[in-house]
Design a protein around this ligand. Structure first.
Ligand code: FUL
Length: 473
């Protein structure tokens, strides 16, 4: 009898594990998983607009107008590191068509300028600095081009394909390629019909580890606003793209912000925002640089809601990050580090959790508080009557934030959850929310308590949690 029981137990554990693996839910590619872990990176809008004080250059700016007097991409990268960013993305070419590298497919580049006697290459300097400082690199290559004589003709698709190929083969490994949705007229007054299908194929072949950003992915999606925010608690990494196009034909902005719960494709949200009102540097905005607290608020409403954050910090006419921006960024980075420094659950035992048995591949079994994103615990709606994880801190501690991470390699599952602390003999709810995804930061007024419990209330399939962390931020 006992043997039969053991066999049945083993069988049920194994089939449950297989169920988890057989899930039909959309899930990220390896490149997207790595992208999720990149979480927060800087955006650099830099080019003729920096010198003409425009946001959208006309395309007829002289090449000589681009003349940074003290360009130092190492300074950009040092500050990015101090801010806690894990990567950098630069406008290799914005809508004005000027190329920050000597592209052989354009006559409107750094090569035609007097800067560094026409021998400069901003992308090379940034790629070298990023590598040196351990930052990932990405390029924004505007499809819209207000300078190129071929724009608005089928030949421009060849030009764009060649330019993309050049970029993707000259500067090492990239983690993201940014396709802006803006599409206006070129010099001949015509709009372009882009051959995005062809461009996607080139990117997939030449940089398989890079994720493509656009309104509809395929790698990641615009979050529907330029404030850098996921506006509600809900953010699904899945999206339906059928019938939609990049730019004006994209999904509605609230859909981009929340995703589609039953969406067919894994296309997670990326929140973009500038540290200043404009995307390019304007001296008159020096007083309007976002404060460290504002940046923290944006972080909590983007990364803290399962999205990635791309924060634009436009270099100035010297080719440096302005003192005001760097001061704000460095202080923000300090707050971030300090706030998430001590995970109060680290090393704490949790109770009432359905542990997978020893027959499940060891590499996938972990504790929800082991700090290892490549492992998970199943938080089953089990014999204890609920999907509950319960922690005993051994003594009362003050805290105000819980971080949850789903094991998204197996899809996004959790629909709602709540967090409670024990006050006397009673459990008291301190927060509740909807989706979790890659990372959810839930903040509440500081409480002092010894026991904490997280209950998954609804889930699309059995919840798989990678981490639960507790902080006082
Ligand atoms: C927009 C562009 O038109 C802006 O100039 C900026 O590059 C922003 C990030 O995307 O669509």
């Amino acid at each position: 009898m006992r043997e039969l029981f053991c066999i049945l137990l083993i069988f049920s554990f194994l089939t449950a594990k297989l169920d988890a693996q057989k899930s039909r839910l959309p899930h990220p590619t390896a490149a997207q998983l790595a992208w999720h872990e990149t979480e927060f990176y800087l955006f650099f809008h830099f080019g003729p607009n920096t010198f003409s004080n425009l946001e959208w250059g006309h395309g007829n700016e002289t090449e000589d107008s681009f003349y940074p007097t003290a360009l130092d991409c190492e300074q950009w990268c040092r500050i990015a590191k101090q801010a806690g960013a894990k990567g950098v993305i630069i406008t290799a070419k914005h809508h004005d068509g000027f190329c920050l590298w000597p592209s052989q497919y354009s006559k409107h580049t750094v090569r035609e300028s007097k800067w560094r006697d026409g021998k400069g290459d901003v992308l090379r300097e940034l790629a070298d600095a990023a590598r040196k400082h351990g930052l990932k690199l990405g390029f924004y290559l505007s499809p819209w081009d207000r300078n190129h004589p071929q724009y608005g003709t089928p030949e421009y698709n060849d030009i764009y394909a060649n330019t993309l190929t050049e970029l993707l083969t000259s500067y090492g490994e990239l983690f993201e390629i940014w396709w802006d949705g803006a599409n206006g007229e070129g010099p001949n007054g015509k709009k372009q019909v882009y051959d995005f299908h062809r461009f996607e194929k080139i990117a997939a072949k030449l940089q398989p580890n890079a994720v493509i950003f656009s309104d509809i992915g395929p790698g990641c999606r615009w979050a529907g606003n330029e404030q850098g925010l996921i506006l509600t608690e809900t953010n699904w990494c899945t999206l339906d793209t059928a019938g939609f196009q990049r730019g004006a034909g994209g999904p509605p902005q609230d859909t981009l912000n929340q995703g589609n719960i039953n969406g067919a494709h894994w296309i997670p949200a990326e929140c973009d925002v500038s540290i200043r009102p404009g995307w390019f540097y304007h001296a008159e905005e020096d007083e309007k640089v976002k404060t460290p607290d504002q940046l923290m608020d944006i972080y909590l409403h983007s990364v803290g809601r399962g999205a990635n954050l791309i924060l634009n910090v436009p270099p100035d006419r010297r080719g440096l990050i302005h003192e005001r921006d760097s001061a704000s960024l460095v202080e923000f980075g300090r707050k971030l580090k300090e706030g998430f420094d001590e995970n109060l659950l680290h090393g704490r035992k949790r109770e009432f959790i359905y542990r997978p048995c020893a027959f499940v591949p060891r590499r996938l079994i972990g504790d929800v508080n082991d700090g290892d994103l490549s492992t998970f615990e199943r938080v089953s709606f089990d014999r204890f009557g609920g999907a509950v994880v319960n922690f005993d801190l051994r003594r009362k501690k003050s805290f105000n934030s819980v971080v949850l991470r789903e094991f998204i390699a197996e899809g996004q599952r959790v629909k709602s959850f709540k967090i409670e602390v024990k006050k006397g003999k009673k459990w008291q709810e301190v927060a509740n929310s909807t989706t979790i995804g890659a990372r959810k930061i839930v903040s509440f007024p500081t409480v002092k308590a010894r026991r904490l419990r997280v209950t998954i209330l609804q889930s699309r399939e059995e919840p798989l949690l990678s981490e639960i962390e507790l902080y006082r931020i």
